[in-house]
Design a protein around this ligand. Structure first.
Ligand code: FES
Ligand code: FES
Length: 169
């Protein structure tokens, strides 16, 4: 999903909803959302990769849809729910998708995984039983330079299984 805003570049304070909490920040409206998340809110799940909207390392969900926070102005997140990796689970209580990626050892350097996991979350929310083509399509713009694509595909299938099991409980 591509998100943009043509809001004028004036100063904040701006109020955002991030991972269910209301947060305020004093920045210009065209500051990239990624900078606010990382520098002001200390949410370092989203990564700075290309900074050009091309690699997916910075992916967050805005109202449930994947967005590249390096090219989304912070003003575009006002009035919307921003979800970052930190909003999924904690080291003590991992989200099933995070558990699946660990169980499949789907990382080498791990730099792409924020984007892979957040895009997987968006995929499984709208399609709980994706096939290989669905997964390829959902993750096609998330780049992994280490080439762990096979493990990532397995991790998404495993995450779908974990989520299904949780729903049956
Ligand atoms: S850092 Fe945002 S798409 Fe690469
Ligand atoms: S695991 Fe290194 S970029 Fe994907």
């Amino acid at each position: 999903m591509s998100v943009s805003a043509s809001a004028p570049s004036v100063s904040g304070p701006l109020t955002l909803t991030v991972n269910g909490s209301t947060r305020t920040v004093d920045v210009t409206r065209d500051t990239p959302l990624l900078y606010v998340l990382r520098n002001d809110f200390e949410l370092n799940g989203p990564k700075y990769g290309c900074g050009l909207g091309q690699c997916g390392a910075c992916t967050v969900l805005l109202d449930g849809g994947p967005a590249r926070s390096c090219v989304v102005p912070v003003a575009a997140a006002i009035g919307r729910e921003t979800l970052t990796l930190e909003g999924l689970g904690t080291p003590d209580a991992l989200h099933p998708i995070q558990r699946a990626f660990i169980d499949e050892q789907a990382a080498q350097c791990g730099y792409c995984l924020n984007g892979m996991i957040m895009s997987t979350k968006a995929l499984l929310d709208r399609n709980p039983e994706p096939d290989d083509n669905d997964i390829r399509d959902a993750l096609r713009f998330n780049l992994c330079r280490c080439g762990t694509h096979i493990e990532i595909m397995k991790a998404v299938h495993r995450a779908a299984e974990y989520l299904k099991r949780e729903q049956k409980r």
